[in-house]
Design a protein around this ligand. Structure first.
Ligand code: SAM
Length: 305
């Protein structure tokens, strides 16, 4: 095992309650919260039971409304829920538009506790591959089966670390390189070493038939994951009651800028800056510095040229 500067190391592993896996529960908790109440921003009814089944107190307290951060402009309930709604709706729309356009093969990279394979209106005949670490995949599969939830597409799981040879594992599960595919990498990139991020993009391109589409997130600030940037993220998590140190989870250091890398490697990229998506969703982007990091972020959709 090779130590990295971040506390991460080659071959490290987790379940949804530990290390990087806890971030899957963290975002699922936000989706659960955004799905509550009479006028919810999201409709993800399985997020709540998934988070409860993980059993981590801070996330359960969050979805039970026991964490009040309303005096904090970056963390108040409305801001957090709108943030998650913008993100979830972007990736939902990406898949719905791709399948409306005829795509019938989807790959959700780092699927975590995302329930798209169970809740999106996939057309008949669509195969959805979910890739994540084995304990994360096993937890979601068995918990949702226990709840009687059924996938709305043919769901095939690929239990492997994305730093390993996942393309071979994906093909072994039946992935068809001759079919155009809709790929997503949501909330994944900072958890990969910089060179694994480049390799991920190269592997996706190599597996992609014409007409393929790819959605992910772009951060223009090359120092977003510097020591200082990561400390800011940890501070936000700490205030929300999560006992997680981003410095132990993110791979820090310089990494390729997503739009530049994809554009330079044959993809045509359309970027949607977060403030634009806020507006499109009828939300007002928060003023001031509280969400400065999000102002510089874009959700991107790319097609292979
Ligand atoms: N995409 C999901 C979502 O938005 O709900 C999960 C996002 S969560 C912040 C990060 C996810 O990336 C976790 O599920 C974690 O297990 C997965 N992940 C991070 N590094 C990974 C790796 N090297 N191999 C497989 N999965 C990884």
């Amino acid at each position: 095992m090779t130590p990295s500067q971040s506390g991460r190391f080659e071959g490290d592993s987790w379940d949804p309650a530990s290390s990087v896996g806890a971030t899957a529960t963290m975002v699922a908790a936000s989706r659960a919260l955004a799905s509550q109440g009479p006028d919810p921003l999201l409709d993800d009814p399985l997020a709540d039971p998934l988070v409860r089944a993980v059993g981590s107190t801070p996330f359960i307290r969050l979805i039970d409304g026991e964490v009040n951060l309303d005096d904090d402009p970056a963390l108040n309930r409305r801001t957090r829920l709108e943030q998650m709604a913008v993100r979830t709706r972007f990736f939902d729309n990406f898949f719905v538009t791709a399948t409306d356009g005829g795509i019938r093969q989807a790959v959700i990279l780092a699927s975590g506790l995302d329930t798209r394979a169970y809740r999106l209106p996939w057309p008949a005949g669509t195969v959805v591959y979910e890739i994540d670490q084995p304990l994360v995949i096993d937890f979601k599969t068995s918990t949702l089966a226990g709840l009687g939830a059924n996938p709305t597409a043919e769901r095939r799981t690929v239990s492997i670390d994305l730093r390993e040879d996942w393309p071979t594992a994906l093909r072994q599960q039946g992935f068809d390189v001759n079919k155009p595919t809709a790929w997503s990498a949501e909330g994944l990139l900072p958890y990969l070493p910089p060179e694994a991020q480049d390799r991920l993009f190269d592997d996706i391109a190599a597996l992609s038939a014409p007409g393929t589409q790819f959605a992910t997130e772009h951060i223009s600030d090359p120092n977003a994951f510097s020591e200082e940037g990561v400390q800011r993220i940890s501070e936000r998590w700490r205030r929300a009651g999560f006992d997680l140190n981003a410095a132990d989870l993110f791979y820090q250091g310089e990494r390729s800028i997503v739009i530049d890398y994809l554009t330079g490697h044959g993809w045509q990229v359309t970027a949607h800056p977060a403030p634009e998506l806020y507006q499109r969703n009828g939300f007002t982007f928060p003023e001031g510095d509280a969400l400065a990091w999000l102002r510089d972020m874009s959700y991107v959709c790319a097609t292979l040229r």
